[in-house]
Design a protein around this ligand. Structure first.
Ligand code: IVH
Length: 683
């Protein structure tokens, strides 16, 4: 194939793939199979690799992302991004119409649209090409998230039509469809990561990811609900939206022009009925006066346009039976009641449990077994019970009482004055609390023992191999090899098998061994002394220099340390008064953990390899976390500074460091060193 043929071929593939993308993501009407699409995409990718000069910036291969944005640029909106006045009542909607009629004194029409529950976005198209995507921000200025928006398949990178204005801005909402949301949370759950509370937060979080290839995998969608510009084809909203649809932008089919407020009301009801079946969240209907001229005439209040309003639906509710109440014991010992429900569909998901918060809230509702309850999905992951229909209560139904003993270890529950939580006081022996302590101990910022995540701790506890943090250091290869357990995830109900194969066991034991080098201040934090956070541990470690000194210090000695208050001091004293804790600490010391620190690093810095040198650390490193690098700098007598100045000695650059930093270092003549250089420096 000669060059010209290759170029033509690539152009053809690009156009074809863009058309299929549009059919699939905007029209929801695919013409070819996913396999066929992927085959064509691969072919184009291959050609682009061989002939990068011919690759178009609008190539569908660019949708997979790859650009890394360290910090989003702030962009001032050409047209401010306004918000809308809300109402929940039809009577107020009538009032809105009366005001419009009175002010205009002539015929007018409304446009009714879905009020999407996502993140607002402004998409600028210049000569038909997507040039910028900016979030709402504070309405005046927002973040430039173009690289991320480009990965959203329903946002066209290029528009094809003769009547496209030179420049215009499409306003719309980025939403995460229910299906993608559920999948994302399932994935997060499996990785033991915190879940997103709702699709809006998930959409917003996704759009702010720094790695656009991750955004590409989040399956976001974008609906356009407004067009702004100087040379738009029409002087009215509805007609311009229709045009935008023809240009290739995704405009919802549930957009209606209505001549009367009655038609508006009808649309509001129509959509309310369709709402449970919509694949994404909406929270109401937006009603806008169609003519721009009339919009201008109506103007604005101090906050909102007078030509538009949003009618909000009530949160979606479901009605079902309360079967039972279960009690969960958290990692800190707090006991939370959870309602077990007859499964019911609400807002796109099947609900089987509802949050009851605590004993007081539960008793307030006076719940009885088999009660008929109304549940609602708010901003939380777990829905809540909003009402009990007592008229439907069975005659001899039993009242549900809060438990008196820990469901995990049978210890009588306690409650502190003025607090609403009931908790299990036996923190040393109650299994979820043991687990919580060990999870904290091994966490990245504490001992950083990798390989024990994803339910492995649970397996070790159940097999009675560990019951406290010191037991970790007695674990033997033979005890671990071959352990296995199938765990059913509570949230996803998916089963996963946890097994301890040779490689895993070696990794775990290796990580435990390496943890013996972790600095004293982190060991102190890892002990899990109540209220003693990372900063407090650092302060105490640097002040007393050894665990022995902390252990034998008095309450007064402790509160004399800057930033150590009564609460922490009291808790430290209580910790070392408990013989079980003393035994654990003794065993940790025997195992070889760092129980002291050298004289304050700065005081003792002279003679250390990095003494007197200041470092800016940026990017991602291969062998160490960024925190570890910073710690190494301090341990070797160096100083960490946050930004580059003429006084900085080195810029320690990891992967993915922003180009501006490098440029600035070069301008200031600051040597840029790699992780390897750094290792050599500290020997
Ligand atoms: S129009 C002046 N239309 O709601 C009009 N907004 O409260 C400005 N939203 O931040 C907005 N769907 O994110 C408009 N069909 C729709 C909408 C919509 C959702 C969001 C938007 C904005 C907020 C306004």
């Amino acid at each position: 194939m000669d060059k010209k043929q290759v170029q033509e071929n690539m152009h053809k593939l690009t156009t074809e793939l863009n058309r299929h993308n549009y059919n699939y993501y905007v029209l929801d009407k695919p013409e070819i199979s996913d396999i066929e699409f992927d085959r064509m995409l691969k072919e184009l990718e291959e050609l682009e690799k061989q002939h990068p000069d011919f690759a178009s910036p609008d190539s569908p291969t660019q949708r997979v992302g790859g650009a890394i944005t360290k910090k989003f640029d702030t962009v001032i909106h050409k047209y401010p991004m306004l918000s809308l006045g809300n109402t929940y009542s039809k009577a107020e909607l009538e009032d809105f119409d009366k005001r419009v009629r009175k002010t205009l004194g002539e015929d007018y029409a409304y446009v009714c649209e879905l009020k999407f529950d996502g993140v607002a976005i402004g998409l600028t198209y210049t000569k038909g090409r997507l040039t910028r995507a900016v979030t709402r921000g504070d309405g005046v200025q927002g973040d430039d998230v173009t690289a991320n928006a480009r990965t959203i398949r329903s946002i066209p990178l290029n528009l094809h039509s003769k009547d496209i204005p030179q420049e215009f801005e499409a306003r719309g909402e980025i939403v995460m469809p229910h299906k993608s949301f559920i999948r994302l949370n399932e994935e997060k759950q499996l990785n033991n990561e915190p879940l997103f509370a709702n699709p809006r937060n998930a959409a917003s979080g996704s759009l702010k990811l720094q790695d656009s290839s991750l955004v590409a995998r989040r399956n976001l969608d974008c609906y356009v609900y407004g067009i702004l510009g100087e040379d738009l084809p029409f002087a009215s909203h509805f007609e311009n939206l229709e045009k935008a649809r023809q240009w290739g932008l995704k405009v919802s089919d549930l957009t209606r022009k209505c001549d009367t407020i009655e038609q508006v009301m009808h649309f509001v009801e129509e959509v309310e009925n369709k709402r449970p079946q919509l694949p994404y969240d909406i929270d109401g209907i937006v009603i806008k006066v169609n003519s721009y001229h009339q919009q201008e005439h109506l103007g604005f209040t101090s906050k909102f346009p007078r030509w538009a309003i949003s009618y909000k639906y009530k949160a979606e509710q479901g009605i079902t039976k309360l079967l039972d109440v279960h009690y969960q014991v958290g990692r800190t010992g707090a006991v939370t009641p959870v309602a077990i429900l007859q499964p019911v569909a609400v807002a796109g998901t099947i609900v089987k449990r509802a949050s009851l918060y605590n004993a007081d809230k539960m008793h307030e509702m006076d719940l009885h077994y088999n009660d008929t309850v109304y549940i609602e999905k708010g901003g939380e992951i777990i829905p809540k019970i909003v009402e009990v229909d007592t008229s439907l209560r069975e005659q001899h139904a039993h009242r549900i009482e809060f438990i008196s003993h820990c469901p995990q270890c049978e210890t009588p529950l306690e409650r502190n004055d003025g607090e609403a939580v009931n908790y299990c006081p036996d923190s040393a022996h109650c299994p979820p609390q043991i687990q919580g302590k060990i999870e904290h101990f091994i966490s990245r910022r504490a001992m950083n023992i990798e390989g024990l995540g994803e339910g492995r701790i649970e397996v070790l506890i159940q097999n009675k191999l560990i019951s406290n943090i010191a037991d970790l250091y007695d674990l033997q290869y033979e005890q671990l090899l071959g352990l296995e357990k199938i765990i059913t995830d509570e949230f996803t109900e998916k089963q996963k098998k946890i097994s301890f194969r040779e490689k895993t066991v070696n990794n775990i034991l290796g990580a435990i061994e390496s943890s013996k080098k972790v600095s004293f201040e982190r060991v102190l934090f890892a002990l899990g002394i109540r209220f003693l956070g990372e900063t407090g541990a650092k302060k105490l470690a640097r002040h007393f220099l050894s665990l022995q000194a902390i252990q034998s210090s008095s309450y007064e000695d402790l509160i004399a340390v800057p930033e150590i208050g009564e609460r922490i001091a009291g808790s430290v004293i209580a910790y070392f008064n408990d013989p079980e804790n003393l035994e654990i600490v003794r065993r940790l010391k025997d195992a070889g953990l760092q129980m002291e620190t050298q004289k304050s690093v700065t005081e003792n810095a002279a003679g250390l390899p990095l003494s007197g040198k200041s470092f800016v650390v940026s990017g991602v490193f291969e062998k160490f976390s960024r925190n570890q690098v910073k710690e190494l700098i301090e341990q070797n007598g160096g100083k960490n500074v946050s930004s580059l100045s003429s006084k900085t000695d080195y810029l320690l650059a990891g992967d993915k460091m922003g180009p501006e930093k490098k440029k600035k270092a070069e301008e200031l003549n600051i040597p840029v060193i790699s992780e390897e250089d750094f290792e050599k420096m500290i020997g």
